[in-house]
Design a protein around this ligand. Structure first.
Ligand code: AMP
Length: 526
């Protein structure tokens, strides 16, 4: 099928041609005609399938006629993270370059002033993360009753990040008569229920997720002792023809540590994780996309859905905790028919996870050896469990028992993980009992809800009824929102003077000073 057969306008087709796309992807082929007909769409597709263009292209055609009024955007796209929101904004710029649509990007971590100015001028397309949108709505900077097209992207991710009550609140402010496009990589029952509540007689389009990595990705695994992983990584980075690479760690803290270690060994490496301030995240990503940084050490959440063209390598510094993440991670390379290479560094405790990956992708990842590094072996599940619960795998025991000659080969203090990291590792709970750390969004990507029960005690996902009852509690909501606002604002925007928050005492009308005697008198009386 050709793009010209989908019903898109001539200027959009021109932009697609400029971009060099020759054929619509399956999700585009299925979704675009329905969107253009004004139907609600329930799309089951993940990033990498061309999903973004499947809604941005027809939206540009739909919004081409009509004008936006001040503070009343005509369309709204909700994204779970700032990076994804920025990526969608880029798509609008690319595909809408022959149109004069105005756009605003409302994401946390940036000043309100610019965003408000944009809204005041009137926008056709508003792309936002839920927290910032609610803040601006509550400040009266925005009205949502002129929204014609509403998109919820990555709905399952929103659910994981606890954004669903916010989204329900946003939906309650939208006009009933609107077109809704709802995308999710998976369709668990909670997402299905939300879709039923938000969509009206939708057309369902489904694109099968890649069950296995693309054939264009060459995979290999190195099995070494934990303490040798950095050395193994450096060896691979030096011997492979790395143009640019994502290096995935399972934990945010390890991202920063590994990046510093690589830098100290002369590699051009940046870091991307949820604890970084937004401006730094954007700056790093931009530098990586431009090729100013070659290696990007990252966490799954921070790098989720990020689209970097022509990535030559992916390195898993840690074996991902979930097998699906392995497929997602290595799927960053070998895209669009290009070849890519993916290396995974495994340690003796990772046998169970590696088996799970093998079962999912229906083959074993070939093991390779690294010159000068002793290959290790996976521990049995029992041994691994014992090792973990003691906080010391055979790995460590081996380190203690290593013969003198071998000890000389072992990394020096600097190369080994810093003491704090080793201590933390030792203090960790057994792997099975932990939530994957990175699955929990960083504070700046989710609303702060200190008033809720601790995570373990709560129902993992909130029902619509529960969300409804929460909506009945405006005071609690207000407190939470205030905390979230403070959290988002604090993360990198320098506040000058009182910022937007005028203390109440400054708003009180000034009284004329009382004569001195009477003040004294009154204080005596008091
Ligand atoms: P997405 O799933 O929206 O994150 O898109 C993944 C990648 O596919 C992006 O780099 C897009 O630029 C690219 N892409 C989207 N549509 C097409 C198409 N029809 N042909 C080739 N590449 C595409």
């Amino acid at each position: 099928m050709l793009f010209s057969e989908l019903g898109l306008g001539p200027d959009v087709l021109r932009a697609i041609e400029d971009k060099g796309y020759t054929q619509p992807t399956p999700i585009q082929e299925q979704a675009i005609p329905w969107v253009l007909q004004g139907r609600d769409v329930l799309g089951c597709a993940q990033t990498g399938t061309g999903k973004t263009a499947s809604f941005t292209l027809p939206m540009i055609s739909i919004l081409a006629s009509g004008r936006a009024r001040a503070r009343m955007p005509r369309s709204l796209i909700l994204e779970p993270t700032r990076e994804l929101a920025a990526q969608v904004a880029e798509s609008f710029e690319t595909y809408g370059k022959h149109h004069k649509l105005s756009m605003a990007l409302l994401i946390g971590g940036e000043t309100f002033t610019e965003q408000v100015k944009r809204l005041d001028r009137g926008v056709d397309v508003l792309i936002a993360t839920p927290g910032r949108l609610i803040d601006l709505f509550e400040r009266g900077n925005i009205m949502l009753n002129d929204i014609k097209v509403f998109v919820i992207d990555e709905a399952d991710r929103m659910l994981d990040m606890g954004f669903i009550p916010d989204i329900e609140r946003i939906v309650s402010k939208l006009p009933k008569l609107r077109q809704t496009l709802f995308f999710s990589a998976t369709m668990p029952p909670e997402i299905r229920r939300l879709a039923d509540a938000f969509l009206s007689n939708p057309k369902e389009v489904t694109v099968a997720p890649p069950a296995s990595p693309s054939e264009t990705v060459t995979q290999a695994m190195v099995l070494v002792h934990e303490e040798d992983k950095r050395k193994a990584l450096r060896h691979l980075l030096r011997t492979e023809d790395v143009k640019n690479a994502f290096i995935f760690c399972n934990r945010k803290r390890d991202v920063a540590i590994l990046q510093k270690s690589l830098e100290s060994h002369g590699f051009n490496a940046g870091a991307l994780h949820g604890d970084m301030v937004q401006s730094k995240r954007m700056e790093t990503l931009e530098a990586f996309k431009k090729g100013e940084i070659t290696l990007l050490v990252c966490s799954d959440v921070a790098a989720r859905g990020l689209d970097v063209q022509g990535l030559s390598h992916v390195f898993n510094f840690d074996v991902p905790i979930s097998a699906e993440d392995y497929v997602h991670r290595i799927g960053r390379t070998g895209r669009a028919g290009r070849s890519g290479r993916a290396f995974t560094l495994a340690s003796p405790l990772d046998g169970k996870q590696v088996s799970a990956i093998g079962r999912l992708i229906k083959r074993e990842i070939p093991l390779i050896a690294i010159d000068g590094l002793e290959s290790a072996e996976f521990l049995s599940e029992d041994e691994a469990r014992r090792g973990r619960s003691r906080g010391r795998g055979k790995d460590k025991e081996r380190g203690d028992r290593a013969p003198r000659a071998e000890r000389a080969e072992r990394p020096d203090r600097e190369e080994r993980a810093p003491r704090e990291e080793r201590q933390a590792r030792d203090d960790r709970q057994p792997r099975e009992d932990r939530q994957p750390r990175e699955e929990r969004p960083s504070r700046d990507d989710r609303p702060v809800r200190e008033d809720r029960q601790p995570r373990e005690d709560r129902q993992p996902r909130e029902s619509l009824a529960a969300a409804e009852s929460r909506r009945q509690e405006p005071r609690r909501d207000r407190d939470r929102d205030r905390r979230r606002r403070r959290d988002e604002d604090e993360d990198d925007t320098p506040v000058i003077g009182f910022g937007d928050h005028m203390p109440a005492f400054m708003l009180r009308s000034a009284r004329r000073p009382a004569p001195v005697e009477s003040t004294e008198q009154s204080s005596q009386e008091g």
